[in-house]
Design a protein around this ligand. Sequence first.
Ligand code: MN
Length: 166
Amino acid sequence: MALEEYKRKRDFKQTPEPPPKLGKGKQQRFVVQKHRATRLHYDFRLEMEGVLKSWAVPKGPDLDPANKRLAMQVEDHPLEYGEFEGTIPKGQYGGGTVMLWDRGRWIPDGDQHAGYKKGHLNFTLEGEKLKGSWHLVRMRPRRGDKHENWLLIKGEDAEARKSGDP
Ligand code: MN
C-alpha cells in the first residue's frame, strides 16, 4: 500500500497532517489516536515496514478479552503521524480533532511480516494505557466490504480486565 492512498486522500495545503514520507528504522512504535471525526473512533497504528499500519477502531481498545473490537484497516500512514495532534479542517478527509491517546513500543510475537500477511498478529504492547498481550485477527471478507475488517483482542494475562472490574 505504501503511502499513495494517504497522499491521494489529502490536500496538504489544507491539512496540518504530516506529508507522505516513507520512514526508516525499526523502532516498533505503536500509537493510538482519539479521532473526533464525523464519528468518534480510535486509530490504532503499528510501525511496520517504514509506515504506520493503521486500523480505525470505532469503540476503542478494550481490556476485556471477551470484548473483541472491530478494527477496520485504513490506509498506511507516515511514521511522523505518530506525533500528530491537532485539527483537520472541516471538509477535509477525516475533518475533526486528533488527540494522542496512547503510545509506546509494540513487540511482535514471532515474524510480524508473516503474521500480517496471514492476518494474525500476536504482540505485546508497552504503552501508558495499553499493556500486555494483544491480538489482531483479520476476518474473512464479506461481499461489499470496503475495508479489511480485523478484530483487536486483549490477550488473557495479568493486564486483562473483565468488564465490570474496577
Ligand atoms: Mn481516523
